[in-house]
Design a protein around this ligand. Structure first.
Ligand code: 5RP
Length: 242
């Protein structure tokens, strides 16, 4: 599973802190990445100890880890369908979290960048469907203003047209390549990922709307107005921003 950013100990504290919010009978969205992996392992431990909870994975990787850790899993359509239990809370990582110290519009709604693990399309579906979305992060993810490249999942046939549209929006798109293979990253959904640099993002909600309107874009990694709490693991404890 991809690891990025700060120390693993800080990620562990954040992931485990968010899982303390799970109560008996709840359904939990299971994020993707190294911080969310700590949450999944901790949820498995709590289920071992008698907690009654189920998970809704956001990727093949998080499903595998959930199964390895004894977490009963539901698919998203099953969870939120007419007879489904719904999703009580989702616990998921982020590549960048706006801290609230930047200009008002740049942090409106607790803006995040996600998709470093190319799972942001399913992550957004699950995180948005949950009654509460708890972000888990280490301090290296925090920034007054979002300025990392925004991952954009694109239909393979739309790759060139989407890249052109991203340039028209002022971005610099780069097709994401697999680290150890000679070829592009292919998502769990069979699509490609373009990482698009925009510099500092002053109006994430407006950029999110523009990205969503490009034909061929399956999903982008700007998550605006979705997060309810951010659990930041430090070297000595956890800070929870609500
Ligand atoms: C995957 C994601 C991850 O949550 C994000 O990349 C953070 O990963 P990590 O916890 O390994 O730093 O958005 O698509």
């Amino acid at each position: 599973m991809k690891t990025s950013g700060g120390s693993d100990e800080a990620k562990r504290r954040a992931g485990e802190s968010a899982v303390e919010a799970v109560t008996d009978g709840e359904v939990v969205g299971l994020g993707t990445g190294s911080t969310a992996a700590h949450a999944i392992r901790r949820l498995g431990d709590r289920i071992d100890a008698g907690l009654d909870a189920r998970g809704v994975p956001t990727s093949f990787a998080s499903r595998e880890l959930a199964v390895e850790n004894g977490i009963p899993c539901l698919d998203l359509p099953e969870a939120i369908g007419p007879d489904g239990p719904g999703i009580d809370l989702a616990v998921d990582g982020a590549d960048q979290v706006a801290t609230g110290e930047g200009p008002a519009d740049a942090v409106a709604g607790g803006a995040l960048i996600k998709g470093g693990g190319a799972a942001h399309a399913r992550e957004k579906l699950v995180d948005a469907a949950a009654d509460r979305f708890l972000v888990v992060a280490d301090p290296s993810k925090e920034s007054p203003r979002l300025d990392r490249s925004v991952p954009v999942e694109v239909l393979p046939a739309g790759r060139t047209a989407v890249a052109e549209a991203l340039r028209e929006l002022g971005g610099e798109p780069t097709l994401r390549r697999a680290e150890r293979k000679d070829g592009p990253v292919v998502t769990d959904n069979g699509n490609l990922v373009v990482d698009c640099a925009f510099g500092a993002i002053d109006a994430p909600a407006s950029l999110a709307a523009s990205l969503a309107s490009i034909p061929g874009v399956v999903e982008h990694g700007l998550f605006v107005g979705l997060a309810d709490e951010v659990h930041v693991g430090t070297e000595s404890g956890v800070r929870v921003d609500a």
